[in-house]
Each structure stands twice: as C-alpha cells, then as structure tokens.
Design a protein around this ligand. Structure first.
Ligand SMILES: Nc1ncnc2c1ncn2[C@@H]1O[C@H](COP(=O)(O)OP(=O)(O)OP(=O)(O)O)[C@@H](O)[C@H]1O
Length: 257
C-alpha cells in the first residue's frame, strides 16, 4: 500500500542551523505513528516539514505519493498545530473556527448542508456542542485545544497530523480524543502525532518513533502491545531534562527518552 507520508533521509534547517539531519519515517493508510523525543529533538520541525511549513533541504518527502513541494491536495490532510502558535487573539466563535477547517474543501463557496453537518459532527466529537456559539477567547486551554482538533476533523481528512494534541488536555478529555481517533481510524484515516506521553492513546499507536538530535533514535512497534513492555516504560518521561532530579541523577530507569 502506498504510504500517505514518506520521509527518506529528510534534512531541514531553521535559522541556518541543521535541525533534521536525515529522518526516515513512513505512515501507511490506517496507521497511527507517534513521534516522541526530548525538547528540541526536531519533532515539531518534522511535522511542520510534512505539512509544507518548513522547507526540506535534502532527502525526499512525499504526501500520498507526491513530493511535498508539488502537493496541492491539502483537503486530504487535517493539521493540528502546537497550541501556542494557533488562533491566538482571534475574536471568533468555536463554530467559526471549526468551520474554517472546511475551507480547503469548499473554497470560497458559502457553507452548504454537508459542510454544516461535518462542522457540527466535529464539534460534537470533541464534546464542545454546548460551547459552539462561545468565543474561543473565553475557553480554557484544554477546550481551545479541542477546538483545533475539531477544526482538523471538520475537513474529514484522510490524514491527521497533530502536534502535541494532548498538551494541557485533562485525562477525561484525553479519553475523548482517544475515542475520536478510534472513529477516524475505523473510517480508514492515518495519523501522525507528536506526543510527550502516550497516555490513553497508547493502545491505538502502531509505531512510536523516537527522535534525538534531528535523527530517528529508535522505533518501537505496537508500544501498547505486551511485547513492548521492555521497550517503552509505563509512561515515558519525554524530556531528558525531566528525567534528571534535583541531585542531578537520572530518575529514569528504563525510559526510552
Ligand atoms: N525558528 C527557529 N529558528 C531557529 N531554530 C529553531 C527555530 N525553531 C526551532 N528551532 C530549533 O530547532 C530545534 C528543534 O525544534 P523543534 O521545535 O522541532 O523541537 P521539538 O522536538 O518539537 O521540541 P519540543 O518538545 O520542545 O516541542 C531546536 O533546537 C530549536 O531550538
């Protein structure tokens, strides 16, 4: 089956510094791949390169078989950026922000019945039906994150790319997201997501890819499976710095990160 995302020896630079130093990564239809790694290891850059926001300086990156620089079919892809970079200060309601997720599908046509139904479905899926008319500025951080997820879902994408979708989201909402993703997967979607903790998404993940210094350090298949117990700790600490306690000794015994 043709991969929906394929990175082969991908390099990228930011501010003149190499950030991705030859990343290989494949996501096939229906797969969920998690990108893990310490702060600064290149996770967000890999994701942003995948959605065409960071230019690739070497190697090959294809989306649905097309080199990313020639890819135009963005309606097939839903993107949830890191929260801090998204929609800050925009005076819009939840429904308006989520409706913008239909843009790539409908262009400049007014919202049709199918568009409105998809928007309502997405808002419902993330549990914000009671807040659809609220200003996003009035939402909590975790609710805001759910709006961004709903915006991506509203486009009914074949591929979801999410940068830390669980950041600032409480456990109950993480479980809601896991259920939502399960529904997307049942519909055949593929998912690439940056995570700091696998949390309730663990059983859904086909492959965990750990980045270090802009390269793939290791790959763990089926981190939720029984055979992966030794490879992934119960709940990986994702920041190397977090694993160092006040005395400067490592608090992590078996962590992959
Ligand atoms: N705009 C920029 N200009 C220069 N360097 C940058 C820029 N953005 C990020 N970097 C650097 O690129 C490296 C990778 O950053 P990236 O955001 O991809 O890491 P990350 O793994 O997603 O980290 P985190 O877990 O903190 O989100 C870091 O060393 C960072 O300092």
């Amino acid at each position: 089956m043709e991969p929906v995302i394929s990175l082969t020896g991908v390099t990228a630079e930011l501010g003149g510094r190499p950030v991705l130093r030859g990343v290989d990564l494949t996501v096939r239809p229906g797969e969920v791949v998690a990108l893990l790694g310490a702060n600064g290891s290149g996770k967000s850059t890999a994701v942003r390169a995948t959605v065409g926001q960071v230019p690739v300086t070497g190697g090959e990156l294809t989306l649905f078989g097309t080199p990313v620089h020639r890819f135009r079919d963005w309606r097939r892809l839903g993107y949830v950026p890191q929260r801090s970079t998204a929609a800050g200060g925009v005076p819009a309601t939840v429904r308006e922000v989520v409706s913008s997720g239909r843009l790539a599908r409908r262009g400049l046509r007014p919202l049709g019945r199918a568009d409105r139904a998809a928007v309502d479905r997405a808002i419902d899926l993330v549990g914000l039906a009671d807040h659809a008319g609220d200003s996003v500025d009035a939402l909590s951080g975790g609710q805001h994150q759910r709006v961004l997820i709903a915006r991506a879902l509203a486009g009914e994408p074949e591929l979801l790319v999410m940068d830390e979708p669980l950041a600032g989201v409480d456990l109950a909402s993480q479980a809601v997201l896991a259920e939502t993703l399960r529904g997307q997967l049942a519909g055949g979607a593929a998912v690439l997501l940056v995570l700091h903790e696998l949390g309730p998404l663990r059983p859904l993940i086909d492959r965990a890819v750990v980045l270090a210094h802009g390269r793939v350090e290791r790959t763990v298949d089926r981190p939720g499976g029984s055979g992966a117990d030794g490879a992934l700790p119960e709940e990986p600490a994702c920041h190397t710095h977090d694993a160092i306690d006040a005395r400067g000794t490592s608090a992590l015994q078996t962590g992959i990160l």
